[in-house]
Every structure is written in C-alpha cells, then in structure tokens.
Design a protein around this ligand. Structure first.
Ligand code: ZN
Length: 247
C-alpha cells in the first residue's frame, strides 16, 4: 500500500494542486490527512473540496480546523492567526464548515504500521520540537511509525535500541527513509501550504508499507499566485510574505 501523506495545507490551493499532480505521477493508493486544511490561506473551500474528493482513508483535525466550531477555538492564536481564522470562518460554505467541524480528533491508528496525529499522540494541540517532546511522543505512540504535523517543520525522530536520533529536513527534492524492524519513528513530512523550515517549497510524503519506506518530497509551486490571492482576499499581508520566506 502506498499512502499519500498531507498535512498543514492551510488553504493553499496552488501548493496542494502541485503536490497532488506530483503524487499522481509517483503513484499512490490511499490518502492520509494530518489536519490544518484551512487557516492562513485564501482558498479554504477549494482546498476542502479537493481533499474531500480524495476520499482519505483517515484524517485528523488540526487546531485551525477547530475554528469551524466557532472563533472561541482561536483563543490561543496570535493576532494574525486570529484574523485569518475569522476570515476563514466567514469564507467557508455552510456545508464545508460542517465537514471541517466533523473532522475527528487524533491520534488515529491506520494499520499495523502507521498512526497519525496533528500535534502529538498524547495531545492533538502539542508541538513536538525537541528531544523531550519527541521521546514522550515515541513512548505514547501505538504504532512503529507515528506521523505528525502542526510544527510545519519536516523532521524525523528515531528510537533504536534506546538510542535517539534526529534527522532534519533534506535539502534535496526527494529523500528516502528506509524503515527498520524494531525501530520507532516519529515523522513530520513538512507542511504542504505553509513551510516554516526556511525552505518555501511545498512538502509531502508517500509511505510505502510494502517496501517499508517513506519517500519525502519538496516541490516549487506557483507561490506568487497564492500570495496574490492572500492579498486580494484582504488577509494579513504577512501571510503572503511568509510563504516566500518559508517561515
Ligand atoms: Zn498548521
């Protein structure tokens, strides 16, 4: 089985379309979505429609998706995120809003190999940045490969015979991670629609369960078009600028 892994799309249709075309060529069977379909970007409805059409096998909600319940969910957000949340809430069609609100809370076990969550397996809203967070997540995970999002930072943490390793984002367009038996993995493929590792390219992954391999990709996409939509939608200008900076 080849799973297409999408996370933190953030209403960036240009990035999503580029990722889906690339994934189509590489080939995949099913889709897993780790949350934050909306928020920040200018195309919440088009992105939701596109993801719905993929009929994902498993999905979890992100903190920005929870805004579909109402703005009180954006309490911990900074001013820019809050402004974007308000805009998103007004922009979503009633049908899409209902669909986003119904996204399930993580974590979710997909099969014997994979578990998905938005933030962490122990808390859907927690950020996994350092070794302490990662060790706790690896301990809590119920599957050998736990996929997460939320930080928008592509990274892999590994626990092999008690020894901990961290692999940062790959500079290449394509990187591979071969999965070994008896090793626990915690992996963030990186954000489709708002990367924050200093690399503005869209990020996604394919997990090949038969080959026991994760394929990681970075793609340039029509970034200027996404930026122009953010500006003309009246969303905070910084949201357009940060797409180019990848921060
Ligand atoms: Zn996010």
């Amino acid at each position: 089985m080849r799973y297409l892994i999408l996370t933190d799309i953030h209403a960036n249709l240009e990035a999503l379309e580029t990722v889906l075309s690339d994934a189509q060529v590489r080939g995949y069977d099913e889709t897993l979505v780790l949350g934050d379909l909306v928020g920040y970007g200018a195309d919440p409805n088009a992105v939701v429609d596109r993801v719905r059409a993929l009929q994902p096998t498993a999905m979890v909600r992100g903190n920005h998706d929870k805004v579909a319940f109402g703005l009180d969910q954006a309490e911990g957000f900074n001013t820019v995120a809050r402004e974007a949340a308000q805009w998103t809430l007004e922009a979503l069609t009633p049908e899409n809003r209902e669909w986003v609100a119904a996204l399930p809370q993580g974590p979710r076990a997909v099969d014997d190999l994979i578990e998905i969550c938005h933030g962490a397996p122990y808390d859907e809203d927690a950020y996994i940045f350092d070794e302490t967070d990662a060790r706790l997540a690896l301990k809590t995970a119920t599957r050998p490969l736990c996929l997460f999002g939320h930080t928008h930072y592509p990274v892999t943490f590994e626990l092999r015979n008690g020894s901990f390793t961290r692999r940062g984002p790959a500079a290449e367009t394509e990187a591979r991670l071969e999965l070994s038996e008896g090793v626990a993995y915690l992996l963030n493929p990186g954000s489709v629609g708002q990367p924050r590792d200093g690399d503005p390219r869209a990020a996604y992954a394919i997990v090949d369960t038969g080959a026991k391999r994760v394929e990681l990709f970075r793609l340039t996409y029509p970034l200027e078009a996404a930026q122009a939509k953010v500006i003309s939608a009246g969303l905070p200008e910084i949201l357009a600028r940060r797409l180019a900076a990848g921060r």
